[in-house]
Design a protein around this ligand. Structure first.
Ligand code: CGF
Length: 837
């Protein structure tokens, strides 16, 4: 079409389509243009929020240019792409990240100052995009940053929830939940693609028929059809033109209104269908590491998977390559089992819609998909009742039964007469009703399965997936240790330290090659460098102390040791053990004389994290922390030697303030329960030390930074089963220090002890499943070591520098490189600058 346009028209596009430049004046012009036209405001009517909106729109203009060029290049080159399917993308704020990644921060910072605003105030206005619960969603966001930075042709696919993760507030020390109205104001970081619409079908029935060539075929007919509308979120890489896309789907009814009903006066019925359809993407399920068996959740999963696969297949078909090329053009990564129905959907598309034979189709499917497992906790394993799938997705249920049948036939052939093994491997759990085991389906339908840290990847082979090893052998199962993006988690969150590192190493190259941090080692004895390192930490602590004051009203001393545990509240993560340890410390301090107390290291113990709204015990842990804080913070007799704070509404932007300020952070899950953890990596990268169990990525962090620079304690993963078994035959807890702390709570020291009875009960009658009593003494001993080490401030600074210097391995760039080379087999595609026609 364009080629037919007259020369003069093309010349106009060329002239006016030229890039708006990135200098200060161009920014100021575009800022004023957006204030007056996009926002319809004037110089007399502009506050910080409007200044944020105008700045964001100015950045968005530049992002879209890069995004367009990236998509054009990828279409032209048409090399293999990776599609990352994740129900959660926990992006946080975008403005600062975009400014830094595009290299605009200085020009925009200077420009906005001249316009009468400060960049800090403007950045503060943005609400977090909180479309995730915790580690899994934030990992997806870090991976998108790395994919963009490393020039990979990649897409993310997810859901555009109207409500993200709930906002947490505290009332009388209890968590209460409020809806997250994140889309209330305009969201400049998404591009609505009202023209990209996909029909998604539910329910109906399956009809068998014979096609013209005499083949038996199946047609899925009837039922309800909804529409998925695309919203695109550009993700800019750091120091590259590459700007990739996360496509988030929003649900809409296919028919706007039931006119017959409306005309009959049944207005409510008429809008009912509309409401039902919009409900699908209304809310993010607020559970982490826990399966929710709600029909709406299953509908979300299929809605998302169906729309995404339609889009992926449509893009592939444009190239007119044969179907056998599909796995050469397309890699699809399943982030946990949530998108597993994609395996079934692709098989359905190939067999039912494209008329490809079952075996050929199945070969294409299995070469396309790979699956990441994020947990071995039994309560997190997704299983859906067969009748529910049968009702919502009748054709998919048939296909799942067939996949299972052919798989079990292969098992029987390879390992004959082992009924027990067949039952264990089956995708269908033969209970009443039957269930579909999503992890089994994901394993059978993928060519690779990976865990997220070395220990975890070993454990999945020994526990939840051990029976699959008998059939597949070990080679299908591998490890891809998680990573974090140093752009957000050091450069953006900790500008002072980032600047010092850049100056010391002589360039910013470390931001794209984190191994270069090793270069800091040769400066460890340089006085000036050490002084600035310590000063950066102190200023981060002052920043956090200010935040704590504003958020909680508690005043903390920035010279105290900041001891942090921020993450989802979960029994296996053992925030309970932490607060029990705090009670022990408090009562020890109370028994000391003033002279003795003068010698102890002052501590501020900082907690943060959300509990799933239905997780009663986790919510009681929050209440206990706040009750202890209330008593400790108001007890003048301990002379400021201990403060306890619970920071409400922990999210990505709060994490960016907390993490750089930590002296020690706690990652104290029962050994074998935390698959990886990623905040542990963020803390150490920022020069914070770790107090942790021998679990998840703590182990690999220890290997990298050396055991002198980390405080590890507790029982090991291989001891856990025996310890749990032993609890059944004796009274628990056995540890006298723990018993003393329990007595303190029961004596009413922290308010009405009846409130906490169910929590104490988890330790006693509940048989202490998470082994707090077995680890408690070693936890207290190691805490003492932390205090001793902190007294030696010079030694501590050396440890802090050594920690950061050895964190190269934990860049998400390394993780993405491994996925790209070993699983997806994709290559970088540098973006070519396009003309505007
Ligand atoms: O995924 C987690 C996190 N809670 O979201 N899992 N899930 N599901 C694990 O528990 C973490 O250990 C892990 O770091 C994270 C990302 O893989």
């Amino acid at each position: 079409e364009i080629a037919k346009l007259p020369k003069e028209t093309l010349a106009l596009w060329e002239k006016y389509g030229a890039d708006e430049s990135d200098d200060k004046e161009s920014f100021q012009k575009s800022f004023i243009r957006h204030v007056t036209t996009t926002l319809a405001r004037s110089i007399y009517n502009i506050d910080n929020f409007s200044a944020y909106q105008a700045t964001a729109h100015s950045v968005r203009d530049r992002l879209i240019k890069r995004w367009n060029e990236t998509q054009q290049t990828h279409t032209e080159v048409d090399s293999k792409r990776v599609y990352y399917l994740s129900l959660e993308f926990l992006l946080g704020r975008s403005l600062d990240n975009a400014l830094l990644n595009l290299g605009l921060k200085d020009n925009y910072g200077g420009g906005i100052k001249e316009l009468g605003f400060t960049m800090e105030d403007v950045l503060e206005q943005e609400v977090d995009a909180a479309l995730g619960n915790g580690g899994l969603g934030r990992l997806a966001a870090c991976y998108m940053d790395s994919l963009a930075t490393m020039d990979y042709p990649a897409w993310g696919y997810g859901l555009r929830y109207t409500y993200g993760i709930f906002q947490q507030r505290l009332k009388d020390g209890y968590q209460i939940e409020f809806p997250d109205y994140w889309l209330n104001f305009d969201n400049p970081w998404e591009l609505p693609r009202l023209d990209v619409v996909v029909d998604v079908q539910f329910c109906g029935s399956v009809n068998r028929y014979t096609d013209e060539e005499g083949h038996e075929r199946y047609a899925w007919e009837g039922g309800d059809t909804l529409q998925a509308i695309a919203y695109d979120v550009p993700i800019p890489g750091y120091g590259t033109k590459n700007c990739i896309n996360i496509r988030l789907w929003s649900s809409k009814p296919k028919r706007q209104f039931d006119l017959t009903r409306f005309n009959e006066g049944q207005y409510e019925q008429a809008v009912y269908e509309q409401m039902q359809a919009e409900n699908i993407t209304a809310v993010l399920y607020p559970n982490d590491n826990h399966m929710v068996g709600k029909e709406l959740r299953l509908k979300q999963q299929y809605f998302w998977v169906a729309a995404s696969l339609f889009d992926i297949v449509r893009r592939f078909k444009k190239s007119e390559k044969p179907w056998s090329n599909f796995p050469l053009q397309v890699a699809i990564q399943l982030n946990d089992t949530h998108p597993t129905l994609a395996i079934v959907e692709l098989q359905r598309i190939l067999v039912d819609l494209e008329g490809i034979g079952w075996d050929e189709a199945w070969a294409i499917v299995t070469q396309t998909f790979a699956f990441t497992n994020h947990t071995i906790l039994p309560e997190a394993m997704e299983r859906w009742p067969v009748p529910m799938i049968q009702y919502l997705l009748p054709r998919h249920m048939q296909i799942i039964f067939d996949i299972n049948l052919f798989f079990l036939q292969k098992v029987e052939k390879a390992i004959p007469n082992n009924r027990d093994l067949l039952a264990k491997l089956s995708i269908i759990e033969e209970s009443t009703p039957q269930f579909v085991r999503m992890a089994h389906l994901a394993i059978v339908g993928s060519h690779r399965v990976n865990g997220v840290a070395a220990l975890h990847s070993e454990l999945i082979k020994q526990t939840i997936f051990k029976d699959f090893i008998q059939f597949y052998g070990e080679s299908k199962f591998e490890n891809k240790t998680n990573g974090i993006t140093p752009r957000r988690w050091l450069h953006q969150a900790n500008p002072k330290l980032s600047e010092l590192i850049t100056e010391t190493l002589g360039s910013k190259n470390w931001l794209k090659n984190l191994d270069l941090l090793k270069g800091l080692k040769s400066h460890v004895n340089n006085k000036d460098f050490r002084k600035r390192w310590v000063a950066a930490k102190l200023s981060n602590k002052v920043r956090l102390a200010d935040y704590i004051q504003k958020a909680t009203g508690v005043t903390v001393n920035s010279n105290a040791l900041f001891d942090v545990q921020v993450k989802r509240i979960h029994e296996y993560k053992r925030q309970f053990m932490n607060i029990l340890g705090v009670i022990h410390r408090y009562n020890t301090l109370k028994k000391m004389t003033s002279e003795e107390r003068a010698c102890v290291v002052h501590r501020v113990v900082i907690f943060g994290g959300k509990a799933a709204p239905g997780y009663y015990i986790a919510k009681l842990v929050i209440k206990l922390i706040n009750s202890v804080a209330e008593v400790v913070n108001n007890d003048n007799s301990i002379e400021d030697s201990l403060k306890v704070v619970f920071i409400p509404d922990y999210n990505v932007s709060v994490a960016e303030i907390i993490i750089p300020a930590s002296d020690i952070s706690q990652h104290i899950s029962t050994a074998g329960t935390e698959a990886s953890g990623t905040s542990n990596m963020k803390f150490v990268l920022n020069g914070g030390l770790i107090l942790g169990t021998v679990d998840g990525a703590n182990i690999e962090i220890c290997e990298e930074i050396g055991d002198d620079n980390i405080f590890m304690f507790g029982n090991l993963a291989h001891q856990v089963d025996d310890l749990r078994h032993a609890h059944r035959y004796r009274s628990v807890p056995v540890d006298p220090s723990l018993q003393a702390v329990i007595n303190d709570i029961e004596s009413g020291q922290f308010g009405d002890s009846r409130i906490f009875a169910p929590l104490i009960n988890t330790l006693t009658h509940g048989k202490d499943y998470y082994l707090i009593s077995d680890d408690f003494q070693s936890y207290l001993d190691t805490q003492k070591l932390v205090d001793e080490s902190y007294k030696d401030q010079e030694g501590w600074t050396t440890k802090s520098i050594m920690c950061s210097a050895h964190m190269g391995k934990f860049s998400s760039d390394r993780a993405i490189q491994e996925y790209a080379d070993q699983i997806w087999e994709i290559k970088p595609v540098p973006v070519m600058t396009k003309k505007h026609i």
